[in-house]
Design a protein around this ligand. Structure first.
Ligand code: ADP
Length: 426
């Protein structure tokens, strides 16, 4: 078993591309840590730095309490599984799994026993004498997994190992990875862009965007209490409702989120009221998941929105309603691009920007303008997406009253930072 500690780990690729920006994170002994984020956010780069396949530009990497920045890969005792677990085509399944033990000149009887045992756990014991070319994609990934596990490394690193498989196989193998890795108790860092994989597999999730850590916590912490609007929107199987509101505190009696035609109020006794009131007079972003909204009768006088049903969508296990309610929608703010900050912030002159310039003799290209700037702060009217049960309570064109579960409300600053919860800083 082993722990992994990243202390402001940074990767700048030749040419000046900042792929990982001062990541600080710990994977505890025996923990299953998932690195989640959109494609290109730096997950694989981080994993490859942990494996020793990519040099760390700045910051410290500690493996099992030892500074490992310059430790050769073979001395790290890590096993890696990739998207396309490349197998030796001329070796049988048995030969592939046994390979790391044969190289280590282990006792052949022990190797045979270990491979047989592992192949049973991976449900490939029937294929042991076949060659990889005759196996399905799922079976090949199982063999790759077996080869990684067989010598019981201190650390497993997995880079999207399921993404080339079809949906059914993904679900099956996902469950098996989870139980196998947990039964072995080996610390695992697992990269994926798939939120379902992350939520179902992880002890904790570290979510990244543009090379920057956005949030870290258990799946439930991150889902129920996301640190930023980006995290709330990313961890959402249905689209997040994100509206723009102005904070008001009329006569200091309560805190109000003013959406124009709609208002939600929080009494001062609400633990979030004070933090939100600090933004009085300012615009904030309010996030609501479709399952935090529900259809209610016209007579309902609790916190609610009203509108008209514009469309209904059937999803098999549920219906979603799109309710036109005239509330101002907002784009999910992208976190500031670290490349821009590094290139332009004078306070960083001796820091990262300075380092990038020193390394490559030039400033980094400024990024594209942010989407929310292009949309003028996002004041177009938007539909509210409401989760209905298996039988829709509404028809298209119906007037609709939508109850809001205030406990599920998420309030963010214009920049997307959570302001209504005591989130620990990441
Ligand atoms: P992810 O795994 O999240 O999809 P990567 O770590 O592969 O992201 O890439 C992060 C960023 O670094 C991307 O913009 C990618 O284009 C860039 N990148 C990756 N590898 C290299 C490389 N060898 N040289 C230059 N840029 C790279």
């Amino acid at each position: 078993m082993s722990s992994v500690v990243l202390d402001k780990v940074t990767k700048v690729y030749p040419g000046g591309h900042l792929a990982v920006d001062r990541m600080s994170l710990k994977a505890e002994d025996g923990e299953f840590l998932v690195l989640l984020g959109p494609s290109g956010c730096g997950k694989s780069t981080l994993l490859r730095m942990i494996a020793g396949l990519e040099e760390v530009t700045a910051g410290d990497l500690w493996l099992d309490g030892k500074l490992a920045n310059h430790l050769p890969p073979r001395e790290r005792d890590v096993a890696m599984v990739f998207q396309n677990g490349a197998l030796y085509p001329h070796r049988t399944v048995r030969g592939n799994i046994a390979f790391p033990l044969e190289i280590a000149k282990e006792d052949p009887a022990m190797v045979r026993e270990r491979v047989t045992e592992l192949s049973k756990a991976l449900h490939i014991d029937e294929t042991l004498e076949r060659r990889p070319g005759t196996l399905s994609g799922g079976q090949r990934q199982r063999v790759a997994m077996g080869r990684a596990i067989v010598r019981q490394p201190k650390l497993f690193l997995m880079d999207e190992p399921l993404s080339n498989l079809d949906a059914g196989m993904r679900t099956e193998l996902r469950m098996e990875i989870s139980s196998l890795v947990r039964s072995l108790g080996v610390t695992t860092v697992y990269v994926t862009h798939d939120q379902v994989e992350a939520l179902t597999l992880a002890d904790r999730i570290a979510i990244m965007n543009r090379g920057v850590l956005q949030d870290v916590g258990t799946p439930a912490q991150i889902y129920n209490d996301p640190a930023t609007a980006f995290v709330a929107a990313f961890l959402n199987s249905q689209q997040l409702n994100l509206l723009s509101a102005t904070v008001r505190t009329p006569q200091n009696e309560y805190v109000m989120l003013d959406f124009g035609p709609h208002r939600l109020t929080l009494p001062w006794s609400d633990p979030r009221a004070y933090a939100i009131s600090q933004h009085t007079g300012n615009q904030v972003l309010v996030g609501m998941r479709p399952d935090g909204l529900a259809p209610v009768p016209e007579s309902y006088d609790g916190p609610s929105f009203f509108g008209r049903v514009r469309a209904l969508e059937y999803h098999g296990h549920e219906w979603l309603a799109y309710v036109e309610c005239g509330a101002p929608g907002a784009e999910v703010p992208e976190p500031p691009d670290p490349r821009l900050a590094a290139a332009l912030d004078p306070a960083e002159a001796g820091g990262l920007g300075g380092m990038v310039r020193k390394l490559f003799g030039k400033a980094v290209a400024p990024p594209q303008r942010e989407a929310h700037e292009q949309h003028g702060g996002g004041h177009r009217r938007t539909d509210l997406i409401v989760r209905l049960g298996v039988r829709p309570a509404w028809r298209v064109g119906d007037p609709a009253k939508v109850a809001v579960d205030l406990t599920r409300l998420m309030v963010f600053s214009q920049e997307g930072a959570r302001i209504d919860a005591n989130r620990r800083p990441v």
